[in-house]
Design a binder for this molecule. Structure first.
Ligand code: HEM
Length: 284
């Protein structure tokens, strides 16, 4: 029982604790689960902020209040500028061959163990509600819930990228987004502002050729490859380091639609890839 709380206050009749300012205190006890901060620290009071004395100002050191307000300020997430349209699924990672020679990360050493993960596939240019089948790069991001912490691996379905310098990223994305004077085309990469950008940025050519190939219009999210965005340095137990990249290879092989098919599918079923993923999982 908290010494600072006046248990002789009338609120006692209501079976409720009150503080010196008359404020109510509601505490978890017995079997009730304790509310925690995002770091897991038990929250002592979720209804009253910390004050300097009964009438004092609110204290900045009240991290529970700060976290609650911060979370509140950000609870409506604005649509992302890139990769807004995505479909995701739960799965697991199971290692078949130990990589002990290269790393000490348990997930890459212990074979046969299933580690849960969540994978999100996305298009890049289109808005959240845009179709699944435009000619575009596909994002391939994986969050693995390993024993040693959450491991994010972000990739695309193409192993190279349009630009090397993040300074050019906003220009690239503005160019691939709808034309500024008319607001279309939605989700599509082959249009004037994009051609303008790539024609002035020769380093885009490699990725451009991939994009304009059949790879730009995948048949299914189950039939794309994934290429981790970064090169990583793995360090083994002897301190020896090796540079490496992660690639995902689909069991079903890489398959595309033809342009003619993709155009028809877009009209008939804008959610084609999401539906395919959902139904395939449901069908086992
Ligand atoms: C200069 C290079 C790049 C910059 C500046 C950049 C920037 C960004 C930004 C700002 C976002 C949105 C994040 C959000 O709103 O939460 C994003 C998302 C993403 N990026 Fe990049 N990006 C770059 C290159 C790449 C490359 C090379 C790949 C893959 C090989 C990639 C894959 C992704 C994916 C998959 C997402 C969506 C992640 C998800 O599904 O949650 N990006 N990127």
């Amino acid at each position: 029982m908290n010494k600072n709380i006046d248990h002789t206050h009338p609120a006692k009749d209501m079976n409720m604790e009150r503080g010196n300012g008359g404020e109510t205190h509601q505490r978890a006890s017995d079997d009730t689960k304790v509310l925690t901060t995002q770091q897991g620290v038990p929250i002592s009071d979720n209804q009253n902020s910390l004050k300097a004395g009964a009438r004092g100002p609110t204290l900045l050191e009240d991290f529970v209040l700060r976290e609650k307000i911060h979370h509140f300020d950000h609870e409506r997430i604005p649509e992302r500028i890139v990769h807004a349209r995505g479909s995701a699924a739960h799965g697991y990672f199971e290692l078949t061959e130990s990589l002990e020679e290269y790393t000490t990360a348990k997930i890459l050493i212990e074979t046969g163990k299933q580690t849960p993960l969540f994978t999100r596939f996305s298009t890049v240019a289109g808005s959240k509600g845009s179709k699944d089948t435009p000619r575009d790069v596909r994002g391939f991001s994986v969050k693995v819930y390993t024993e040693e912490g959450n491991w994010d691996l972000v990739g695309n379905d193409m192993p190279i990228f349009f630009i090397q310098d993040a300074m050019k990223f906003p220009d690239l994305v503005h160019a691939v987004k709808p034309e500024p004077d008319r607001g279309f085309p939605q989700a599509a990469s082959a249009h004037d502002t994009f051609w303008d950008f790539v024609s002035l940025s020769p380093e885009t050519m490699h990725n451009l050729i991939w994009l304009m190939s059949d790879r730009g219009i995948p048949r299914s999210l189950r039939m794309i490859e994934g290429f981790g965005i970064h090169s990583y340095r793995l360090i083994n137990k002897d301190g020896k380091s090796t540079f490496m990249r992660f690639h995902w290879k689909p069991v079903l092989g890489v398959q595309s639609t033809t342009w003619d098919e993709a155009v028809k599918i877009s009209g008939a079923d804008p959610d084609y890839h999401r539906r395919d993923l959902f139904e395939s999982i449901n069908n086992g």
